[in-house]
Design a protein around this ligand. Structure first.
Ligand code: ATP
Length: 618
């Protein structure tokens, strides 16, 4: 196909913003394109050279494009620059100046040739690459007509911006390749294939070459990120369970970065990690790349999970914000690996060594996942429980919060609960505690137990079990386990200081369901700060005050550095103070969510905008 034909379509698309019209023009055009040229056309229409996940950037600097235009036109660079700053668009400038002083091209440019040369421009790297890029671009422009030059310049600058969205292309392909009465099915099949491969060029090409049947049951392929299956929301756990027919699997909803890990299989190649936005983020998590083959074997496999920051010493989950310090980082990776170590917590399998799993039900996939994963320090499985009553579901939810998660994911166990790539539906329902503020005050807590340290903290306490004071019962009910905020020296001092108070049996006045490595007679008061107070079936502070079987727990606790030497254990924060703190926090959450019903847990926000794949129900 001649490039001029594509350029003429570019012009038409530029002149309209009506989606139907764009689709119409596209489908009329796409039928004419040969199957082997179709991928190039599909990518170029989106201003790209390859599917987005490959991260191939076309954008060159303005100065470089200006130089190439100057060389191709034979005009001084200063003239191009002057005209460009006047027109505001170097593409327009190229078109306007094209006639001046240059010979017309000897033969028409072809799409394939343009595509290959642009690929050359994008791929030139390292020393001398700027000259190579200028040279390639100059040659290309020299063979171009004025209109072609305009769009070539915009393409290389990364500023084509025709407004051709992926889903518009999906529509156009369906209209181009299916009879009108089969448009809907065709569209569904194309979208499904795209959601699994994330490569519309490849989908279009097999559609053109082999027709719609070629797209049915397209399989996930190692190296091509699958678009993420997404969850719907429900305002209560009860409604989530009801919607799933009364029984569901609940999993911890970890707060980190969703990662899809692609393990190549015996044929070799690197393990790749893709983000939820399908970016290749492999280089950011070297320790996960290393850990995956140890945990999953040689593959081939595609698994999905949440990458969460963990405390380097205690191994407990840390707040999500910490992982954001590693996002996009190119330098100092080793230091950040030590400071913000991460763990990949797997919750799904999209391709197993024995074969594809996307079309398997969730219980089957989870079974496969459990069978194929060897749990290590770096790779774990999402905590999960099948529930069929509200009480158990609530206990699980509160356990998730106490363990540093943001809520739970309810997952349908129905036979039809396949992995729906790119779709948001009620097969997965999220229910989470949203909060934006730290707990307004610090809490003074009494040390009642200790857990032995591992790794760097070996030989000392690694984390402490702490309690508040219940003046009425004259007991010390536990509030949380804390391992954050202590430097090595403080832990050493604390170990030395408290070891004389170690006991094998729990002290009588301590109320705890957790069993530490050593119990400690209450003596020392430490000041802690935390993200919020939650209701927990694990900790016993304020047991039953708000709900039978639940106490308060401090979420993401950390030692402020202050030992309250001036306070006796009985002067630690009291249970009734915790109740007040909790109520302030609830009022605060309600003020932020005026549209929701009152209650300790803020109702989920309404999400603007529809999901890419629409909403489905199990
Ligand atoms: P959010 O901002 O609430 O995380 P989201 O729009 O990123 O939502 P949703 O599908 O709506 O994505 O919510 C589920 C998200 O929760 C997933 O994208 C994933 O990153 C994360 N997650 C954490 N734990 C799990 C789990 N066990 N199963 C599935 N997703 C989980």
């Amino acid at each position: 196909m001649h490039f001029a034909e594509l350029v003429s379509l570019f012009g038409e698309l530029e002149d309209t913003s009506k989606r139907l019209e764009i689709r119409q023009k596209l489908s009329t055009f796409l039928v004419k394109v040969e199957a082997d040229e179709l991928p190039a056309v599909i990518y170029l229409l989106q201003g790209q050279l390859r599917p987005e996940y490959e991260g191939i950037e076309l954008g060159v600097a303005d100065s470089l494009a200006r130089k190439a235009v100057a060389l191709a036109t034979g005009l001084p660079e200063s003239t191009i620059q002057q005209h460009g700053s006047h027109s505001g668009d170097l593409g327009d400038t190229a078109e306007a100046l094209w006639g001046e002083g240059r010979k017309p091209p000897s033969r028409p440019l072809r799409v394939r040739e343009v595509y290959d040369r642009l690929t050359g421009v994008a791929e030139a790297k390292g020393e001398g690459s700027q000259e190579v890029k200028v040279g390639l671009l100059r040659d290309l422009l020299t063979s171009a007509e004025a209109k072609e030059a305009k769009y070539l310049v915009r393409l290389v600058l990364g500023r084509l911006r025709l407004g051709v969205k992926e889903m518009t292309l999906v529509d156009a392909l369906a209209a181009a390749y299916a009879p009108e009465d089969q448009f809907k099915e065709a569209r569904g099949a194309i979208e499904a294939a795209f959601n699994v491969t994330s490569d519309l060029g490849e989908v279009a090409s097999s559609l053109a070459a082999h027709g719609l049947p070629a797209l049915v049951g397209v399989r996930a392929q190692v190296g091509k990120p699958v678009r993420a299956m997404l969850a719907e929301r429900e305002a209560t756990l009860k409604s989530a369970l009801d919607r799933m027919g009364g029984t569901a699997a609940l999993e911890y909803k970890y707060d980190g970065l969703r990662l899809q890990a692609h393990v190549p299989g015996p044929s070799g190649g690197p393990v790749r990690l893709f983000s939820r936005r399908l970016e290749n983020v492999s280089s950011q998590f070297p320790e996960i790349l290393e850990a995956i083959p140890l945990s999953l074997g040689p593959g081939p496999a595609i698994v999905e999970g949440e990458c969460v920051p963990v405390d380097p010493v205690t191994g407990e989950l840390r707040p999500f914000q910490e992982i954001s310090r590693r996002r996009g980082r190119k330098y100092d990776l080793t230091r950040f690996q030590e400071e913000v170590p991460v763990r990949l917590i797997l919750f799904d399998v999209l391709l197993a060594p024995e074969g594809p799993t996307l079309d398997r039900s969730y219980p089957e996939r989870r079974g496969r996942l459990e069978a194929m994963v060897k749990v290590t320090d770096r790779v774990d499985l999402a905590v999960r429980e099948v529930v069929d009553d509200l009480g158990t579901a609530e206990a699980f939810f509160h356990r998730a919060l106490s363990d540093g998660c943001e809520g739970v994911m309810a997952k349908s166990l129905a036979p039809g609960s396949t992995y729906r790539a790119g779709a948001r539906g009620f097969w997965w329902i999220k229910y989470k505690r949203e909060y934006t503020h730290e707990l307004a005050d610090t809490v003074d807590t009494v040390v009642v137990g200790a857990f032995r340290g591992r790794g760097r903290r070996a030989g000392r306490y690694g984390a402490l079990l702490v309690a508040v004071y219940d003046a009425q019962a004259e007991t010390f009910p536990t509030l949380c386990k804390v391992g954050t905020g202590f430097d090595d020296k403080t832990l050493e001092d604390l170990t030395r200081r408290l070891s004389s108070r170690e006991q094998k049996e729990p002290p009588k006045d301590v109320v705890s369901t957790l069993v530490p490595d050593v119990w400690l007679e209450p003596s020392l008061v430490l000041e802690l700060r935390g993200a919020e107070l939650t209701l927990s079936p694990v900790h016993r502070a304020g047991d039953g005050l708000l709900r039978a079987g639940y106490g308060f727990a401090l979420r993401f606790p950390r030692f402020t550095g202050r030992i309250r030497e001036d306070k006796s254990p009985e002067e630690a924060t009291e249970v009734k103070e915790l109740l007040r703190l909790y109520q302030t926090q609830v009022r605060h959450a309600e003020a932020e969510a005026p549209e929701g019903p009152p209650g300790p847990h803020r109702p989920p926000r309404k999400e603007p905008g529809a999901s890419p794949g629409g909403t489905e129900s199990p």
